[in-house]
Design a protein around this ligand. Structure first.
Ligand SMILES: Cc1cc2nc3c(=O)[nH]c(=O)nc-3n(C[C@H](O)[C@H](O)[C@H](O)COP(=O)(O)OP(=O)(O)OC[C@H]3O[C@@H](n4cnc5c(N)ncnc54)[C@H](O)[C@@H]3O)c2cc1C
Length: 485
């Protein structure tokens, strides 16, 4: 038995420490826990009971079993970059941090797959295999620090997911620790059309509410032979939005098709990676095509033609890799860049049918006027995944609440347009109530019933993803009562 020198008499904390090998693998004092009181959604903060750092699956399983048997709420945490509050310990959870499980376990180029531990950072995978001509496609803008375990939980997307698909399209197998501590393997390592339920699909995007992912087999892709990138400036948002629709309806599927509006451009130009975009344009498009060299030129010409037909003010093709990289750095640091023009900002994440872009962007503009708050838009236009960034100042009394309401109104606009309340950042605690914009109570209950099978006492990441149980539990009772009568 490990001798523990701990400044606490709390039995649970001592027992948890013992599971992970000692006092050096647990945090439990207030000054240490403060760093874990929120994730990238900073508007809610709660202290965890403790943070434990397991080194392998067995320790994760023992921790889950211990928490379940002792009624302790718990949750998994990767890098804590989530933007919907999924890793916030709202019930004073024990946080199981996966950051020590960060190894690249194997690379199998022949079968185009790699196996990683959950704490492995997204970008490190591409960096580890690029010299062999391969890469990992899902590229959230946070990829330099977010973990692949967190990506699986959130079904993360990214700029290049338009052509290649989001995380779920690249996951071939998972090892998962269930809330009771059992370890299961799902996905048969990529054997197509495996019999039985699609548990891989269910677990991917389940926001850490069904189990803790401890090993991930991912698909890796061969680097495209060629790629080219176009930057287009528009005087009117409607022309930019229309160009997006025109490009896709021509049958071109760009690897990426990103848009920024005027306020967003003001932010990125004031931040760390300015590229000299004109300040008076209303919108810009960043478009990338990739594939075999032979077809690229033709696609680029078609894109240039579309932009011209939509009154583009200026359009250019990146002259070299340095220029392309500068344009992408400017785009990918867009969220953080809002800090250069506003003391605080709230990132929203709705998704709409592409054809509704002009209509919904107009509505977001109206919301901005209604709430008297600036809203910047930086988004994956190609797949209709909007990111309205509501700019506010938390020091002004009432402004945070106003920003939350404006954000919610943006999501309502997406739902009204036939879209959804999240494209990639998840629901977490941030959008629980907004789930009602797209699901009826019965549909929410169908989903919480599934959660109950995996997580019967809701101890693993409880209070996330679904609206507060009250109304649903009532409805469930009513349905049962009606069925019995
Ligand atoms: C600047 C910035 C840009 C971003 N850009 C994008 C983007 O382009 N696309 C995008 O999709 N997202 C983006 N995000 C959001 C975020 O980076 C992603 O959601 C990412 O997948 C979270 O990974 P993480 O390791 O930080 O997870 P965390 O924030 O630590 O956790 C997120 C959720 O996953 C659960 N979880 C974590 N690890 C596990 C595990 N091993 N098993 C089970 N559950 C687990 C947690 O309980 C929590 O519910 C961005 C965030 C920031 C701050």
């Amino acid at each position: 038995m490990v001798r523990l020198k701990m400044k606490t008499k709390d039995k649970h904390i001592q027992n948890l420490a013992e599971i992970v090998g000692g006092a050096h693998s647990i945090l439990y004092q207030k000054e240490d826990l403060i760093a874990y009181d929120c994730d990238g959604f900073t508007l809610h903060k709660h202290l965890p009971k403790a943070v434990v750092f397991p080194k392998d699956t067995k320790e994760v399983a023992k921790l889950a079993k211990y928490c379940s048997e002792n009624g302790l709420p718990f949750l998994a945490r990767g890098a804590g970059t989530g933007l919907s509050g999924g890793a916030i310990p709202v019930n004073g959870e024990v946080i199981i941090s996966l950051v020590r499980m960060k190894r690249l376990l194997s690379v199998d180029l022949e079968n185009r797959r790699a196996v990683v531990e959950p704490g492995f950072v997204n970008l490190k995978l591409t960096n580890s295999i690029s010299d062999k001509g391969y890469y990992y496609a899902p590229d959230p803008s946070s990829q330099y620090c977010c973990t692949i375990g967190g990506n699986v939980a959130e079904n993360a997307g990214g700029a290049h997911c338009l052509k290649y698909g989001v995380t779920t399209n690249h996951i071939l197998g998972l090892e998962v620790v269930l809330p009771n501590g059992e370890i299961i393997e799902i996905g048969q390592n990529g054997i197509p059309d495996a019999p039985g339920y699609d548990l891989l699909g269910l677990l991917t995007g389940s926001e850490g509410t069904l189990g803790i992912v401890t090993k991930i087999t991912v698909r890796i892709l061969k680097n495209p032979e060629a790629k080219q990138t176009v930057l287009a400036y528009f005087d009117h948002v409607s022309d930019g939005s229309q160009a997006v629709s025109d490009i896709i309806s021509k049958g071109i599927v760009p690897a990426a098709l990103e848009m920024m509006d005027k306020t967003a451009i003001e932010g990125v130009e004031a931040a760390a990676f300015p590229v000299g975009h004109p300040k008076d344009i209303e919108a810009l498009l960043l478009i990338e095509v990739d594939g075999i060299s032979a077809g690229i030129e033709e696609q680029i010409n078609e894109i240039l033609e579309v932009c011209k037909s939509r009154n583009v003010r200026q359009v250019k093709v990146a002259e070299n890799e340095q220029e392309r990289a500068r344009w992408w750095a400017n785009r990918k640091t867009g969220f953080g860049a809002m800090g250069a023009i506003s003391p605080d900002y709230l990132v929203q994440d709705g998704v709409i049918p592409r054809s509704k872009l002009p209509e919904v962007l107009n509505r977001i503009n109206e919301i901005s006027n209604d709430y008297q708050l600036r809203i910047a838009n930086i988004f994956h236009a190609g797949d209709g995944n909007l990111h309205p960034l509501v700019l506010f100042d938390a020091r002004i009394p009432g402004e945070t609440e106003k920003a939350l309401k404006a954000g919610s109104a943006c999501l309502q606009a997406c739902a009204d347009a036939g879209g959804s309340i999240t494209g990639e950042h998840g629901v977490g605690i941030e959008k629980r109530e907004e789930m009602r914009f797209i699901f009826k109570d019965e549909e929410i209950i169908a989903q919480t019933d599934i959660r109950e099978v995996f997580n019967p006492h809701n101890l693993l990441n409880g209070g996330k993803l679904f609206p507060s149980p009250g109304r649903c539990v009532e409805i469930k009772k009513e349905i049962k009562a009606a069925a019995g009568s």
